[in-house]
Unconditional design. Sequence first.
Length: 100
Amino acid sequence: MARKRAVLIWSVIGIVVLLGIGLVILAGAFDRALKAIFVGPEHVYELSETPQYLTEEPAIAMAMETRHEAGLIRMPGRLFRTIALQRRMAEQTCIWCEIP
């Protein structure tokens, strides 16, 4: 009787361990699938020095390199504008601003 109980206990422990491993593998696969669908490939660039802020020049250079690696065709003209430049342009074309 004790032997049957030991076999039963070890069988349950084995099943729980296998189910746990399967759950971890399934969660990892699910995470990778969601990232592939919604996020896309991850591009990581290491900088030689850590600047306080990422300026426009290195950001555009890294973006162009990423576009080239992805095989995307370069569009004519300037691709990226900083938020500050967009704000300045919006202020110049503001329809609510007073006309001098």
